[in-house]
Design a binder for this molecule. Sequence first.
Ligand SMILES: Cc1cc2nc3c(=O)[nH]c(=O)nc-3n(C[C@H](O)[C@H](O)[C@H](O)COP(=O)(O)OP(=O)(O)OC[C@H]3O[C@@H](n4cnc5c(N)ncnc54)[C@H](O)[C@@H]3O)c2cc1C
Length: 401
Amino acid sequence: MKQFDVLVAGGGPVGWACALACARALGSKNSAPRVAIVDREQGGVVGPVSVDAPLSRRVYAVSQRSIAQLGGWNVSLDRSRTATIEQIVVHTAACATPALTLGAADRRTEAIGAVIEHEALTARIAQAAQAQGVLRIPGECIGADCTGESRTVELADSSLLRAKLLVVADGRESALASSLEIAFTERSYERRGVVAHFQIDTPHRGDARQWFLPDDTILALLPLPDVNGAPAVSMVWSVSESRGAELLAMSAEALCEAVSAATDGSVQMSAVLQSAVAFPLALKRMPDPVADRVIVVGDAAHAVHPLAGQGVNLGFGDAQTLHDVMAAGHKQQIDLGSALLTGKYRRQRYAPTLGLALTTDLLARLYNLGQWPTLKPFADTGMQVLGRLPAFRRLLSSAAA
Ligand SMILES: Cc1cc2nc3c(=O)[nH]c(=O)nc-3n(C[C@H](O)[C@H](O)[C@H](O)COP(=O)(O)OP(=O)(O)OC[C@H]3O[C@@H](n4cnc5c(N)ncnc54)[C@H](O)[C@@H]3O)c2cc1C
């Protein structure tokens, strides 16, 4: 049976980031692999993404803080698959002009963040992780038992792997966390995130734009790299289940018209580049993402409404904390799966994950679920007034970036 210090289950962006974090913390580059990842993705996300490949439908707004963190771990973004976010522009129903604009200058950095497709991001993190000595094991985890001073993980092909610490990163539906009986709460928003890419008429200038619309839907348009020499954006429109079904059933022309109309004509969609798909939106939270020799990370531990575009960034925060905790444990020669270290992780991640869950949930209730309609005008006005204060702008742009 193969034995590792850390075994990561799940090869999404957060799983690979955690594997890289642990390998860097343990300095396993030139020795036998101490960190391994079970990755069930077919086709190997580890290969480079071809320049000519059409942009994938799944893109993330990655904050400047996450970019700096990954850069410090030798992950360079694939610039051909990335668009810089220069400015965040928020519109509310109450106001013809933007209620809030946040630029890189508010934070005194070059940019607020970047929009990058899932495959290119994951591939670059995976390359850096493997260069750091992480072993990729193709397969699917089906269970994990605690045996003395290690966790034994069983794969679908019946092979067994053993590690001092198991990091569960198998996404929002996490079958592994369920099999370990780690408690969580999940509340459906009964809303769909409708995602599509569009070609647009005029350059986006790096604006990430969001509309809190009067029909209690939230529309976000993120800048994309030019497609065939033309400007493009990625849409996430948080709508009711029935409106989601209507949008999916529309012709390309009708969808372009509907989205352009929702922006009040300020952004004109000229063609659909990636047809619309819809994702169910939910708030998931694991009050305690730690069990005996197990840490649960990423969406497996916490999934939030996409209105703040922070889900993957929260997972990269998990990876940073895991790095710091593992590095300290390695230095002090503490058992890497010990309750001392996992408890340290639990304490450090409690406030950031709870804070983002509460903030996004509050905004979703106010602007997407139509709860507290009498409060909405006050929130709109508050955003406009506070949005003029430099200190508040700095605070918000740091939170976003
Ligand atoms: C509509 C929408 C828009 C979003 N937009 C943004 C955005 O702009 N910015 C942002 O930061 N976030 C965004 N998010 C959130 C983001 O998608 C997630 O936070 C992110 O994907 C979480 O990454 P992860 O690695 O934890 O999970 P995942 O990306 O779900 O990866 C989990 C991995 O585990 C694998 N796996 C599952 N089960 C097993 C198993 N048993 N054995 C082995 N492997 C397994 C899966 O195949 C997958 O590769 C958005 C979400 C939605 C729904």
